[in-house]
Design a protein around this ligand. Structure first.
Ligand code: URA
Length: 435
């Protein structure tokens, strides 16, 4: 069938066959299908949706549009973890060593930050000497020996998704559950793990603004995983304020080390224990999330998880002493308080706006090739539920200078805090788990 007929079929609510979807994806990758037809088709999907079978077929066609990583050289069940994006989300830095200390193998490829969201690879590169590019052999050997490795995405993973996503981004067609679900899952499947834990965020800093939409996205992704034989579990978690207290690369590594030392903020530790428990169950290292949680807590208390992070850092060329002396991490010369202009309880902190403020300080990129400053970022002194007095400290800027960019970040931060006279209702950090 010609592409125009496939667009019309989709637009009028028809169901595309697996062969038709494969031909669309191969035409997108080869360039045979022009961008305007791809965009028209994506718009038709946005309006009419896709069945579970179509979504699974699209996922597999995109997963096989480039390299599919074969992790069979790594022994045991390999569990991947993916977050749909957030601000202050340093869970991978904690979870990879934590679950590896409990016997789960994590062979993880991560990305760099763009816009208001940070990237795990940028965070790890704030550790002097840390190498995020390893050969496949070195990557596999490290996971077999230590249990975990986190590297940058290499090779040609899901090029069809790359092309389709770039078009969706400029044609108003990102917000479609089957398109988002197939985009995320195609990359996870191509990355080769046996089982996948998804952390689907909802709230001001997330793609999905409500918990209900996040659940629908999670259900679509779990359905794909089930259809294609990769066990998938999705947790739905709050991103209505940044996770933890720090946003910025070295600052987030510092906070991850605090959690691995058994310290750190409650929300971050709780989320890591909840996500890690599901990873242990997926990796066949625990029978249920409750017993898994006890094992994780023990790995934190005994120092095994922190030692595992040290081993990962050493294996990837960094100085493991940073786990004992986090002051070795790069630090900004100034810590500038942002003072509240009113009294009140914090009801919310717009996570996306905090991410943008951190980016403006230099912690993130506005464009793909921008340089970043690992030392700078934001420290949230007050979070939801805290009472702040007029003149009290809401946050600190970790900045190079108290100049115009710090001034702009300060005004942005002030605007992100929603304060009210009454305390807010408490919201669960983990809203639901979809299996
Ligand atoms: N993240 C992805 O990888 N793909 C989407 O479509 C949206 C978010």
């Amino acid at each position: 069938m010609r592409m125009v007929d496939l667009i019309r079929k989709k637009r009028t609510g028809g169901e595309l066959s697996e062969a038709e979807i494969r031909s669309i994806i191969s035409g997108i990758v080869s360039g045979e299908i022009p961008d305007y037809q791809t965009a028209a088709w994506a718009m038709a999907v946005c309006f009419t949706g896709m069945s579970d079978e179509e979504t699974a077929a699209l996922t597999m066609a995109m997963a096989h549009s480039g390299d599919v990583v074969d992790l069979s050289a790594i022994r045991g069940v390999k569990v991947d973890k993916h977050s749909t994006g957030g601000v202050g989300d340093k869970t991978t830095l904690i979870l990879a060593p934590l679950v590896a200390a409990c016997g789960v193998r994590v062979a993880k490829m991560s990305g760099r930050g763009l816009g208001h969201t940070g990237g795990t690879i940028d965070k790890l590169e704030s550790i002097a000497g840390f190498r995020t590019e390893l050969s496949r052999e070195a990557f596999f050997a490290q996971v077999n020996e230590i249990g975990a490795a986190v590297i940058g995405q290499s090779g040609n993973i899901a090029p069809a998704d790359k092309k389709l996503y770039a078009l969706r981004d400029v044609t108003g067609t990102v917000d479609s559950i089957p398109l988002i679900a197939s985009s995320v899952m195609s990359k996870k499947i191509a990355a080769g793990a046996d089982a996948i834990l998804l952390d689907v965020k909802y709230g001001s800093g997330a793609f999905m603004k409500t918990a209900e939409d996040a659940i629908r996205l999670a259900q679509a992704m779990v359905a794909i995983g089930t259809q294609v034989g990769r066990e998938t579990v999705a947790a739905i978690s709050d991103m209505d304020q940044p996770l933890g207290r720090f946003v910025g690369n070295a600052l987030e590594v510092l906070e991850a080390i605090e959690v691995l030392r058994g310290e750190g903020p409650d929300d971050l530790r709780e989320l890591c224990l909840a996500l890690g428990a599901h990873m242990l169950v997926l990796g066949r290292r625990a029978a249920d999330p409750e017993s898994a949680r006890a094992r994780l807590a023990e790995a934190l208390a005994s120092g095994a998880a922190l030692r595992k992070l040290g081993a990962m850092i050493a294996a990837q060329g960094g100085d493991p002493a940073v786990t004992e002396r986090p002051e070795l991490l790069p630090a900004a010369p100034n810590r500038i308080p942002v003072l509240s202009e009113t009294d009140g309880y914090v009801h919310g902190i717009d996570a996306e706006a905090v991410g943008v403020a951190a980016m403006r300080l230099g912690a993130g990129r506005a464009a793909k090739d921008d340089a970043i400053d690992h030392a700078v970022g934001i420290e949230l002194a007050a979070k939801r539920g805290d009472f702040v007095q007029r003149g009290g400290t809401l946050a600190y800027l970790h900045a190079r200078a108290d100049d115009a960019s710090a001034g702009e970040a300060r005004s942005r931060l002030l605007a992100t805090y929603r304060l009210a006279a009454e305390p807010p209702a408490s919201l669960p950090l983990l809203y639901a788990v979809v299996t």
